[in-house]
Design a protein around this ligand. Structure first.
Ligand code: C2E
Ligand code: CA
Ligand code: CA
Length: 858
C-alpha cells in the first residue's frame, strides 16, 4: 500500500509488543517504543503522520500517564487517538485512562479481531473529524471556510425569518503586493489578524468566514448606523502590527432583503460594493444599493453587447496626435478606442475597457484596433502622406496570449509595414509582476522591431529596478504627473531626474495629458521629446486626423521647397510666361529663394519648356495677353490632365478675360498691376490647392465618397474642410431635389438613381475641377465654387444649373423640382453656419413655390 497508516505501539514488555506487532502489521506500518520518552521522540519525527497510539501504562523511564500528559499538551499531537492497554479488567484503570485523555482501552490478553476492529474504527472516526474540520474551517485563519459559512448563513436565515441581517465583506487593497513585498508569512499574519478582529468584534452577534485569498465575509444583524470610524478603528489596529506598511481594507455591505438570492450572490454584491471604492482615499465602506445595482446592470449590458458591437463595427478608433516638442512637428498618434453605441451614443473607454480586461474580451478588441491602425497606415502610405507612427495600447492580458508576437508580426507583413511604425504602449502597472513571460514577450517584440513604450510612467507603481530590467524604448509620463507634479518645485527636480535617466538609458520620453502652455514650457525646458494632450488636440475621428495630416503634408511641401532652395537644390521649377521682360525679372527675384524660375517670352517658348519638363514644373504664371496665352492653358490642361500644373493667370482688370481663364482651368487670376508679395501668396496657395486635389483624388477612402455618384459625402466634406482654402471669393450653393420620395414611388428606385446620377453629372458639368461637390444626403447636394466674387455671378451659376436640370427629361411637374440656396462665403464663417444659411434660403425658395422664384431673381 502506498500510504499505509502508521500505528505506534508503546510497550516495555517485548513479548506483548511482538504480539501486537504481529496482529497490526497485517494492515498497518507498526512503529515500536519501549517507553513514553522513546514514543515522544518518534512522535517528534512523524507527528500527525501517526494515525493511532497503543499505550501501556506501567513502563520504566516514562509511564503511560506522563506520556499522555505530554501528548495532550502539544497542539500538534493532541488530536492523535490513543488506546490504552490494561492487563487487568479493572474499572479504576479504565476510568483513569479515559480521564487522562485516552480515546479507548483494551485488555490483555490481546484478541486480534477485537484490536483490529477498534483500531480501524477509531482511525476512521479521527480522519472523518479532521476532514470535517478542514471543510468547516479555514486553515490559515481558523474562521469558517467559504462553504461552511454559506451553509451556516442559510441555516440562520431559515431559522430566523423575522430578523434583518447584513452581509459585510472585507477586501484588502493590494494584498498581492503585500505578499510579494513582505513574503507569504507576513501575508498570512495579516489575514489572521483580520480574521481575529472580525471574530472579536462580532462576538456572539454574528459569524465570520473567509471567502478567498484576502476576502472575508460576516453575517450580522442589520444596523443603520455604519460609520467610517467603525472601520478606521479596525484598520489602525491592524496597521499597528505592521510597521511601515499601510494596510487599507475596504468593506462592502449588503442588506439581506430578498432571501431567494443565494448566499454566494449576497457576498458577491457586498464585495462589488467594496470593489467600487477601491483606490478611493478616505472611503472605507460602501453599501450595495440601487445606484450600484444600476451600475452593475449596465456592466452586464456592456458584456452582453460587446460581441455584436465588434461584429457590427460599433467600435471606432480615434486618434490623438503626438507632437515633437522641439519643432511642433506632428510625429504620430495614439489610437484610442470609442464605442459608438446605438443607444448610449459615443462611449469613452474608461468604463468598458476595465470590464473587457476582466472578461478577456479586450484581446479581441485590441486585435481589431491594431488591425484598423495598420490598415490606415497602409492607406496613408499609398496616398503619399508623411509616414508617421501610431501607438496602440496593449493590455496586460494580451501579453499572456501565447501568440502575441506571431499575431503582430503577421499583421505587419500583411499590411506591408515596418514594425517600427507600431508603438506598443504597455501600462506601467503591468510591469509590477515582472514575470519571465512579460520580459520575454516584450523582448521578442522588440527584437522584431516594434517600439515598446512604458505607459503611465510615474503613476505609482514605478520602480527604477523595473526600468533596467524591461526591454523598452520609450517612457510615457503619466498625465497625473504632468498635471500635478511638474508645477511644484520638487516635481521639477523629479522631472529633470527622469529625463536624465531616460537619456542615459537611451529612451525617448513622451509627456501625455499636456493641457497648458505652462506645462508645455516646463517640459520643453526639461528636454522632454514628445507631447500629447488637449493643449494640442483631443482624440479625434480618423477623418479629422487625416485633415491634420494633410495640412502637415502641405506645410511640409512648402517647407521643402524653401529648404530645397536654401540647400541649393533647385529641383522645383516655376515657369513665368509673360511678354513683359521687366515683369519676368520681378517674378524671378520674388521666387528665386524657392524655385528655379524658368522664363518664356512667347507661347512657343512656354509650350517648349512645359514639354521638356514634364513633371517638374510646380506652377505656371501665365500672362493672358501673351499671344496664344489661352492655348498654353489648354496645353497644360490637356497634356497633363491627371496632374494638371497649377496656373496663375495674369492680365488686366477684365471680367470676361478672367472668366475665360478660369473656365479654361486656371487656378487663379491676378489682376495687373499687382505687388509681388500678393503674387507669391497666390502661387503658394495655388500649389496647396493643387496638392490638396491630388490628395483628394487619392483619397480612395470609400468612406469619403458617395458610392453612387462618386461625389464627396458628408464625411468627405468634413475631412477636407480643414484644408479648404477659404477666401472671400467662394460661393456655397445648396440644392435639393424636392420630393424624390414621390418620384421613387412613381417611377421606381432605378429611375430615381438615374435622376440622382444625372444631377451629379450636371453639377460636374457646370463647375470647375477645383470646386468641391458633395452629396450631403439622399436628395441634397452642395457645391463650393471658387473665384466667384459677386452674388450676381453666383446666382447666374445657380440658375444655369437649375435651368439645365429643368430641361432634362426627368422633370415632371408633379414630382421632382429642384431648389437652391446660395450664399457668398467669406474666410471667417464656419462651413456649418454657411450651409445653414444656404438652407434657410433654399427653404424660403421652396416655401414661395417653384422655380419661378429663381427665374425672377435671375
Ligand atoms: P491611456 O492609454 O493612458 O490614454 C490616455 C487617456 O488620456 C485617453 O483617455 C485620452 O483621451 C486622455 N487624454 C489625452 N490627453 C489628455 C489631456 O490633455 N487631458 C486629459 N484630462 N485627458 C487626456 P481615453 O481615450 O478615455 O482612454 C482611457 C484609457 O483607456 C487609456 O488610457 C487606455 O488605458 C485605455 N484604452 C483606450 N483605448 C484602448 C484600446 O484600444 N485598448 C486598450 N487595451 N486600452 C485602451
Ligand atoms: Ca496609452
Ligand atoms: Ca497613459
Amino acid at each position: 500500500m502506498l500510504f499505509e497508516r502508521k500505528i505506534l505501539v508503546v510497550e516495555d514488555n517485548e513479548i506483548n509488543r511482538a504480539a501486537l506487532c504481529v496482529i497490526l502489521s497485517s494492515q498497518y506500518t507498526v512503529l515500536e517504543a519501549e517507553n513514553g520518552a522513546q514514543a515522544l521522540s518518534l512522535l517528534e519525527k512523524y507527528r500527525e503522520g501517526i494515525s493511532l497510539i497503543l499505550l501501556d501504562i506501567v513502563m520504566p523511564v516514562m509511564d503511560g500517564y506522563t506520556f499522555l500528559k505530554h501528548l495532550k499538551a502539544d497542539h500538534r499531537l493532541n488530536s492523535i487517538p490513543v488506546i490504552v492497554t490494561t492487563s487487568n479488567n479493572s474499572e479504576v484503570d479504565e476510568v483513569a485512562a479515559l480521564s487522562n485523555g485516552a480515546t479507548d482501552f483494551i485488555t490483555k490478553p490481546y484478541r486480534a479481531q477485537v484490536i483490529l476492529q477498534r483500531a480501524a474504527g477509531i482511525i476512521h472516526l479521527r480522519e472523518t473529524s479532521v476532514l470535517i474540520h478542514q471543510i468547516q474551517y479555514d486553515r490559515v485563519t481558523g474562521v469558517y471556510s467559504k462553504e461552511y459559512f454559506c451553509q451556516q448563513v442559510r441555516d440562520i436565515l431559515f431559522r430566523n425569518p423575522d430578523v434583518k441581517y447584513d452581509i459585510l465583506c472585507s477586501d484588502i487593497e493590494d494584498f498581492k503586493l503585500i505578499n510579494d513585498t513582505f513574503g507569504m508569512d507576513a501575508g498570512d499574519r495579516l489575514l489572521r489578524q483580520v480574521a481575529e478582529l472580525c471574530t472579536q468584534r462580532l462576538g456572539d452577534h454574528g459569524i465570520c468566514g473567509r471567502l478567498n485569498a484576502d476576502q472575508f465575509a460576516c453575517l450580522l444583524e442589520h444596523r443603520e448606523d455604519y460609520a467610517d470610524e467603525m472601520f478606521t478603528q479596525s484598520d489602525s489596529r491592524i496597521n499597528s502590527g505592521f510597521g511601515d506598511l499601510n494596510v487599507i481594507i475596504k468593506y462592502g455591505i449588503y442588506t439581506v432583503e430578498d432571501r431567494e438570492v443565494s448566499v454566494e450572490q449576497m457576498c458577491d454584491r457586498a464585495l462589488l460594493a467594496a470593489n467600487n471604492i477601491k483606490g478611493k482615499y478616505g472611503k472605507h465602506f460602501a453599501l450595495y444599493d440601487d445606484k450600484l445595482r444600476g451600475a452593475l446592470l449596465r456592466r452586464q449590458a456592456i458584456t452582453d453587447g460587446m460581441e455584436t458591437a465588434l461584429a457590427t463595427g460599433q467600435f471606432e478608433v480615434y486618434l490623438q496626435p503626438k507632437y515633437q516638442i522641439r519643432d511642433g512637428r506632428l510625429t504620430g498618434a495614439e489610437a484610442l478606442v470609442r464605442w459608438n453605441h446605438p443607444k448610449w451614443g459615443l462611449q469613452p473607454p474608461a468604463e468598458f475597457i476595465p470590464i473587457f480586461e476582466r472578461n478577456g474580451f479586450i484581446t479581441k478588441l485590441d486585435q481589431y484596433v491594431w488591425e484598423r491602425v495598420c490598415s490606415l497606415m497602409q492607406e496613408w502610405d499609398k496616398s503619399g502622406y508623411p509616414s508617421i507612427n501610431i501607438s496602440v495600447n496593449v493590455s496586460r492580458i494580451d501579453i499572456y496570449n501565447t501568440n502575441l508576437v506571431d499575431f503582430l508580426t503577421g499583421l505587419m507583413q500583411r499590411y506591408g509595414l515596418s514594425p517600427s511604425r507600431l508603438h506598443l504602449e504597455i501600462t506601467e502597472s503591468a510591469y509590477t509582476d515582472t514575470s519571465r513571460q512579460l520580459i520575454e514577450t516584450m523582448g521578442a517584440l522588440r527584437r522584431q522591431g516594434f517600439m515598446i513604450e512604458m505607459d503611465d510612467f510615474g503613476s505609482g507603481y514605478s520602480s527604477l529596478n523595473m526600468l533596467t530590467e524591461m526591454p523598452i524604448d520609450v517612457l510615457k509620463l503619466d498625465m497625473k504627473f504632468i498635471q500635478t507634479e511638474i508645477t511644484r518645485p520638487t516635481g521639477q527636480g523629479i522631472l529633470r531626474f527622469i529625463l536624465d535617466l531616460a537619456r542615459w538609458m537611451k529612451l525617448s520620453v513622451v509627456a501625455e495629458g499636456v493641457e497648458t502652455q505652462e506645462q508645455l514650457e516646463r517640459l520643453q525646458n526639461a528636454g522632454c521629446d514628445y507631447a500629447q494632450g488637449y493643449y494640442f488636440a483631443k482624440p479625434m475621428p480618423v477623418e479629422n486626423f487625416v485633415s491634420i495630416l494633410t495640412a502637415q503634408a502641405l506645410a511640409a511641401n512648402i517647407e521643402n521647397s524653401r529648404s530645397a532652395c536654401s540647400a541649393g537644390r533647385l529641383d522645383r521649377a516655376l515657369l513665368v510666361a509673360d511678354e513683359d521682360e521687366e515683369y519676368r525679372a520681378h517674378v524671378h527675384r520674388t521666387f528665386t529663394d524657392c524655385f528655379k524660375v524658368l522664363e518664356a517670352a512667347s507661347c512657343e517658348e512656354a509650350v517648349g519648356i512645359l514639354g521638356r519638363h514634364p513633371y517638374q514644373i510646380s506652377a505656371v504664371i501665365l500672362s493672358l495677353t501673351i499671344q496664344g496665352g489661352a492655348d498654353i492653358l489648354t496645353a497644360i490642361q490637356k497634356e497633363r490632365s491627371a496632374w494638371k500644373t497649377p496656373c496663375v493667370a495674369t492680365g488686366p482688370l477684365d471680367m470676361e478675360l478672367e472668366r475665360n481663364a478660369m473656365e479654361l482651368g486656371a487656378t487663379d487670376y491676378a489682376t495687373k498691376p499687382h505687388d509681388q508679395e500678393s503674387l507669391r501668396r497666390r502661387v503658394l496657395r495655388a500649389m496647396s490647392t493643387h496638392t490638396l486635389q491630388v490628395r483628394m483624388r487619392s483619397l480612395q477612402d470609400e468612406a469619403c465618397r458617395d458610392t453612387m455618384t462618386g461625389l464627396l459625402n458628408c464625411r468627405g466634406l468634413y475631412t477636407i474642410t480643414e484644408s479648404l482654402w477659404h477666401e472671400s471669393s467662394s460661393v456655397v450653393c445648396l440644392f435639393e431635389l424636392d420630393d424624390l420620395k414621390k418620384f421613387n414611388e412613381k417611377y421606381g428606385y432605378v429611375e430615381g438613381d438615374h435622376l440622382i446620377l444625372h444631377f451629379a453629372s450636371l453639377l460636374r458639368a457646370h463647375t470647375q475641377v477645383d470646386d468641391v461637390l458633395v452629396r450631403l444626403g439622399g436628395d441634397e447636394f452642395l457645391a463650393v465654387m471658387y473665384n466667384i466674387r459677386s452674388m450676381k455671378v453666383a446666382h447666374m451659376k445657380e440658375m444655369a444649373i437649375l435651368r439645365a436640370y429643368n430641361e432634362s427629361r426627368y422633370v415632371d411637374p408633379d414630382s421632382v423640382s429642384c431648389f437652391a440656396g446660395t450664399v457668398l462665403w467669406n474666410a471667417e464663417e464656419p462651413l456649418d453656419e454657411i450651409i445653414g444659411r444656404a438652407r434657410e434660403i433654399l427653404y424660403a425658395a421652396k416655401a414661395s413655390g417653384k422655380e419661378e422664384y429663381f427665374l425672377q431673381k435671375g
